[in-house]
Design a protein around this ligand. Structure first.
Ligand code: PEP
Length: 259
């Protein structure tokens, strides 16, 4: 099946509002026509600036969209410091990253919590970018498939079968995130194929349609080889998404891989 590719830029804890807006203006001005959408994922404080700059750019969401890096599963209430999916929709977000390995490792997010968040995001009308991936220790212990199966099972436990194809999955081996050590195209393809098989057990038709992104030290010079693997449908990029020229290069490579 010919799935459209997607390029998602995880800016993590970077960029003040002015920098984020300037980035969008420059990126949008240089962004060529392409079937590959770019999704910008700024920190929450820059969401409004990114929303305004995207609107001013005149780009459609199928060219340039934005989203958040996290949200809570409740809509409102006594949850100090949290942001709800509805609040993100209110700002114009279309996407939200959930279960990023930094949220799991640094902030102690469990598979169960992530599962609640995925369901809440879908209910609010957001597309979750649901992240999964193994640590080096788990891979070396032969637990890759076990970990991915557990993360997929629990993370998607609270959604209807019919909603499955509204989820974007991101396979991000933890050992490749921010390390400069990228998975080989063969390693990434094997994991993606396995994840698609797991999804197919839930809904085989949906699994064929679903975008599974690769993340972990994607750079312009390794992007094409990864993106041309049959089960890799785009990239979730951290470090290399922070500079306009680098993100444009990644977009060019994703577009080239779509042909
Ligand atoms: C990420 O944070 O999701 C990521 C893949 O980071 P990097 O591209 O820097 O490895």
């Amino acid at each position: 099946m010919n799935r459209t590719k997607l390029l998602a830029a995880n800016w993590k804890l970077n960029k003040l509002t002015g920098e984020a807006a300037e980035f969008v203006r420059e990126y949008a001005a240089k962004l060529p026509a392409s079937p590959v959408p770019t999704v910008l994922l700024p920190t929450n404080t820059a969401l409004q600036a990114v929303a305004s700059a995207c609107k001013e750019s005149g780009k459609t969401p199928s060219e340039l969209a934005f989203g958040a890096q996290n949200c809570y599963f409740q809509s409102s209430g006594a949850f100090t410091g949290e942001v709800s999916p509805e609040m993100l929709v209110d700002l114009g977000c279309r996407y939200v990253v959930l279960g990023h390995s930094e949220r799991r490792a640094i902030f102690g997010e469990s598979d169960d919590l992530i599962g609640l968040k995925v369901a809440a995001a879908l209910k609010a009308g957001l597309t979750p970018i649901f992240c999964i991936g193994e640590t080096l220790e788990e891979r070396n212990a032969g637990k890759l498939e076990y970990v991915l199966a557990r993360q997929v099972k629990v993370g998607l436990a609270n959604i209807e079968e019919a909603q499955l194809d509204k989820v974007v999955v991101a396979y991000e081996p933890v050992w490749a995130i921010g390390t400069g050590v990228v998975a080989t195209p063969e390693q990434a393809q094997a994991a993606h194929k396995y994840v698609r098989e797991l999804l197919a057990k839930k809904n085989s038709e949906a699994a064929m349609k679903m975008q599974i992104l690769y993340g972990g030290s994607v750079k312009p010079d390794n992007c094409y080889e990864l993106m041309t693997q049959p089960d890799i449908d785009g990239a979730l990029v951290g470090g290399a998404s922070l500079k306009v020229d680098s993100l444009l290069e990644l977009h060019k490579e994703c577009t080239r891989a779509s042909r």
